[in-house]
Write a protein that binds this ligand. Sequence first.
Ligand SMILES: [Zn+2]
Ligand SMILES: [Zn+2]
Ligand SMILES: [Zn+2]
Ligand SMILES: [Zn+2]
Length: 441
Amino acid sequence: MAKKIPLYPRIELAKNTARDFIVKSGINTLPVDLFAICKKYGWTVKSVSEAEELTDEIDPFSLRFTPECDAKTYLTPKGKYFIVYRDEVVSKRRILWTIAHEIGHIVLKHLEDFEETEIHRGLTEEENEVLEKEADAFASEYLAPSDILLLCNCTTKNFIVKLCGLSNQAAENKEQALKHYKPDKNHEYLNKAIHKQFYNFIHNKEFYHSIYQSVCPCCKNYIFSNRESFCRLCGSGVSPSVLTEGIVYNDGPELNKSGRVLICPKCSNSTFREGDTLCSRCGFSLTNACTNSSAGCNIKLHGGSARYCYGCGSETIFFKTGLLSCWQRANQLISYREFTLRQLEDDSDTGCILKEWDYILNLIKEDSRFDVYSALKGSIAKLDYDTLFIYSESEEFLDLMSYSRFISYIIKLFRSRLKLPVMEVLTLPGDVMSLVAVTED
Ligand SMILES: [Zn+2]
Ligand SMILES: [Zn+2]
Ligand SMILES: [Zn+2]
Ligand SMILES: [Zn+2]
């Protein structure tokens, strides 16, 4: 049944609908691949040139000479959606926005709920404005989810442009909006679901690939800013930027905003007092400082995986004490893991790779089960109906997993927190990993 077009745009509803659609459409990286989404939902998307070729008519949807209109969406009598967009003299970013805006009209059910929208006849200017604003609010939140931007610490225009593919203007609007953004308490479940979906993207720093393009020629580690004179991973002097896809080294302990570890990497102690820099139980350094501070280097805060001080090139504490391996070893481990992952992905007899595994490991960490967490770190999991396969080559892992109470803890976690009916957990050594290690040595 046709409804009345609202007097004012329902901005919050549009944003929450976008968040809901982020979860439903299952996206887990940015920028969003809108063509893939349209394909998934069976919405046809054609550029004006493609439409011309298909229909053998010039400008069949009269878009070429209506410069104020970038796209149109049609709902066919059979209930199929059809989007056509202008592809001449418009940038890729503008096309992305336009299509997200049109998806907004579809997902907000503008064409189903309001009869007046039919081929844009019968809409007053005010009514049209209301629906346009709603579709824009949807596009902005779907392409650049506020919570993801905050968690990736990408809240400035330039980062938003790179990470989400927005235009400068749209990114600037987003930057302003983020300053006043507060998660909607009534829709907390949505933010949680989005966070879970984007867990790897955020916490395994996959987003570095979009926002940093300058990498170290030696180890391919991303260089964050021109303040860095030395590479944080291999310690070599940073030469002018090399534009290529880099490697994310993220093997160090996780740190909080003030640069302190969440758990002591040596003794797993996690109760620290305000301002503690050394573990009260074992005396290990809780921050990854430069070891050259006595000789005047004042850069105190380094990331958990940094081996060298980016300011003076000296070793960091975590590297000097042997907590972090040399970058070559880290690099090797990343290659082994990727190789194993590919092998396991190809082998469909033992189920599917569990993409949420790192997120689940985080739940274990939040449960303060640090023993289980550290034994499982770096492992790969597959799910085959009700059987969970865990692959790892760490000895700690094989030791711990032979105790049945750890297995029952994992089964319980899956059932209660993830609603997945896991019956059995099989732990397997990451054969492939060791195999490659042997042949390469
Ligand atoms: Zn529109
Ligand atoms: Zn390097
Ligand atoms: Zn300790
Ligand atoms: Zn230093």
